[in-house]
Design a protein around this ligand. Structure first.
Ligand SMILES: [Zn+2]
Ligand SMILES: [Zn+2]
Length: 427
């Protein structure tokens, strides 16, 4: 965390490209107030480019009512850095280095939403209750979540139910981990309005698969129709349910080999049968490393690959094998937090994968343009966002413990994250 972020507020933080915008920098505490009437020197650096070359520029700006104010148009889509100095008789005093980010309209109209769409509760092989998982998601800074127990859809509805009468801003969506019978491939149904696992028990299921196998005809070498067809069928059903079909952890080593054989994996990408690829999941670092290498290779081949990153957590206290809860997540740039918008934004390649291994700095994967923006947000925006969520998550935990006053505390917090988010964007 930079001192400037704690001591000052820069408003707005996100501005539209190439449109004149007024920036205000304000000291938040007594020890760092800006003085009215004083002219401060600002050395301005666009981080990537000027429209006319590579240079920095110096200008002066005055403080009014404790705020340093200046107006300019910010070139293109990039970060902009302002180094602020106060000239004094005995030299100069550095006030701080401040940053904003200018965005092209398609991104400027979107907001960043953090979430995890693959987690387990004690209704499958996880440790905790669905409501505990949801509250823990808020505590680590998520805006949305879906519980995805193995073979089971009903548990994902439980947190929605548990917080029905509470003022909760976390968006909770249905989900399940889908396991077509006899198949090794794991799939997540994120947000679908019905369970796909339940369809496998229908009596016409096998006949539909047999017919599909016939229709598919001869498959490339190394691919078994009885493995491929049910997976293809399941992804189609998830789409019918309005969900996002996620191909999970193909490089997870289980039974001493990868969860999905390479020819099948290649073919699934070639045929584009899934909606999103789990580029990072609840597997060891080396398996996740292969998944993101595979992703970049597919992108280099010209494939458009929507991505999610998930913890596949079995314990929100990270007592499970890999401990990724809160440390691996998806950042989606979406017009709203509504399910349809999140799903469409992921499909339209507006998401990145964030990975923060314990004791290390964050790594972000995905489209270059979004990775740059995400790195800025991880530094300048997300710490404050997460602090507000942390408070709400604790109140959610108190609420499900039945603590008196928790409901009232949640009411007092309601809307604070949205207000904070909007306050960071130029109007
Ligand atoms: Zn799995
Ligand atoms: Zn799982």
């Amino acid at each position: 965390m930079r001192l400037e972020q704690e001591y000052f507020q820069v408003s707005p933080l996100i501005v539209p490209s190439d449109i004149e915008t007024t920036i205000k920098i304000k000291g938040l505490y007594e020890h760092n107030q800006l003085e009215d009437g004083v002219l401060y020197d600002v050395i301005y650096y666009p981080k990537e480019f000027w429209s006319d070359g590579y240079r920095k520029e110096k200008f002066s700006a005055a403080a009014q009512n404790g705020e340093l104010i200046f107006t300019r148009a910010f070139t293109g889509e990039q970060e902009h850095v302002f180094h602020v100095i106060r000239a004094q008789d005995d030299g100069e005093k550095v006030i701080g280095t401040f940053c904003i980010y200018s965005l092209q309209d398609d991104l400027f109209q979107r907001r960043p939403y953090k979430g995890d769409v693959h987690m387990h509760s004690h209704y499958s092989d996880g440790l905790e209750s669905p409501a505990f998982v949801a509250a823990s998601c808020r505590k680590v800074g998520f805006d949305f979540m879906a519980l995805t127990d193995h073979h089971r859809y009903a548990p994902s509805l439980m947190p929605i139910d548990a917080f029905q009468d509470a003022a909760v801003d976390l968006a909770m969506f249905p989900g399940e981990e889908v396991h077509p019978p006899g198949c090794y491939t794991h799939i997540v149904n994120f947000g679908g309005e019905f369970s796909v696992n339940e369809l496998f028990h229908r009596k016409d299921y096998q006949a539909e698969i047999d017919a599909l196998i016939k229709r598919l005809g001869k498959l490339p070498a190394g691919i078994e129709a009885k493995q491929y067809a049910p997976v293809l069928w399941a992804f189609e059903k998830i789409r019918e349910a309005g969900g996002l079909g996620v191909l999970c952890h193909p490089h997870w080593v289980t039974d001493r080999r990868y969860n999905v054989p390479q020819p099948m994996l290649e073919y699934m990408f070639q045929q584009e049968i899934f909606d999103a690829f789990e580029i990072l999941g609840g597997v060891p670092v080396e398996d996740n490393n292969l998944q993101h290498a595979f992703y970049y290779e597919q992108r280099a081949k010209g494939k458009k690959v929507p991505i999610v990153a998930v913890s596949d957590s079995h314990s929100c206290l990270n007592t499970d094998e890999f401990g990724h809860f809160g440390n691996i997540y998806t950042l989606v740039f979406s017009p709203t937090l509504r399910l349809e918008d999140l799903i469409q934004s992921i499909k339209d390649l507006y998401s990145v994968a964030v990975e923060i291994m314990p004791g290390e700095l964050p790594r972000v994967y995905g489209p270059y343009r979004l990775v740059k923006l995400a790195r800025f947000l991880l530094r300048e925006y997300i710490p404050h966002h997460d602090a507000l969520c942390f408070e709400e998550g604790n109140h959610m935990l108190a609420y499900i413990r039945g603590e008196k006053g928790a409901q009232r505390k949640l009411e007092l917090c309601q809307g604070q994250v949205n207000r904070f988010r909007e306050s960071r964007w130029a109007k």
